[in-house]
Design a protein around this ligand. Sequence first.
Ligand SMILES: NC(=O)c1ccc[n+]([C@@H]2O[C@H](COP(=O)([O-])OP(=O)(O)OC[C@H]3O[C@@H](n4cnc5c(N)ncnc54)[C@H](OP(=O)(O)O)[C@@H]3O)[C@@H](O)[C@H]2O)c1
Length: 284
Amino acid sequence: MQTRRIGDAKVSAIGLGAMHLTTDRRPDEDRAVATIHAALDAGVTLIDTADAYTPSDRGLGANEEVVAKALSTYSGASAEVMVATKGGHTRDGEDWGTNGRPGYLRQACEASLRRLGVDTVDLYQHHRPDPEVPYEETMGGLKALYDAGLIARAGISNANPAQIRLAHEVLGDALVSVQNQFSPRFRSSESEIDLCEELGLAFLPWSPLGGMREAKDLGPTHTAFAEVADRHDVSPQQVCLAWELAISDVMIPIPGASRPQSIQDSVAAAGLRLTADELASLAN
Ligand SMILES: NC(=O)c1ccc[n+]([C@@H]2O[C@H](COP(=O)([O-])OP(=O)(O)OC[C@H]3O[C@@H](n4cnc5c(N)ncnc54)[C@H](OP(=O)(O)O)[C@@H]3O)[C@@H](O)[C@H]2O)c1
């Protein structure tokens, strides 16, 4: 499996986005564990979770719990797996709120540590800027978690270029990643990808497939992906992820999966080489 860097660590170039394993009203825990095990079997060493990825009728943490269960029951090696979780989103049933106060982040991080069963979070990402709290104050809270040894690396999510620069000023080398939305039909994070290259940060595109299911039914952008996929006899999803990997070495897509087959297929994108002409045909 091709690897990429997140700060001082190497992880698989394709991670697993764990969100949909538990955001359904009736999550299927056995299938969730089987999906994570399939990802690990396929060489995935990055799992993206969050305290807020929880069914609307449960408290925070269901997703972290299932990730912890899958890791503790895995028969293979899992010491190299980086679990990237997040704090700063609140949930009230179907409503998602934010709390960027340092005191709240500390409490959320301590709860994540308990659920994951670790002393230090591998990568702790601030989930989304809180409009009620100055970003610098929230970043100070993240730095305090790093200084206290509760988190090994810090990341941010849903941040614009000015916020990325501010986070970098406050956190210095502790900041290793940015997680923003990016996919064939949501490309407005290009300036943030460029900034990550400049600052040496990993960029984790979220929802990297952007709703790509029946690619040929989704208009001209996705048709181009379907055409390249036909040529290589692979899925359009694989082409999409290979295209993202080719954009920059800082890119580490985290495709979601709620079934083993999806992540098994997505992982193969790390070995798919697209020609310059094919990449050009996907550029717009
Ligand atoms: N930071 C944030 O604010 C934020 C927000 C949203 C998401 N995220 C992160 O991003 C991750 C991914 O986002 P997402 O799950 O919303 O969107 P996504 O990765 O763009 O799409 C996931 C969907 O694609 C399907 N799929 C995945 N690989 C496939 C393949 N190779 N072939 C066919 N279908 C495939 C999955 O099907 P099955 O379900 O049938 O397996 C699922 O329905 C989340 O899990 C989460 O970790 C972060």
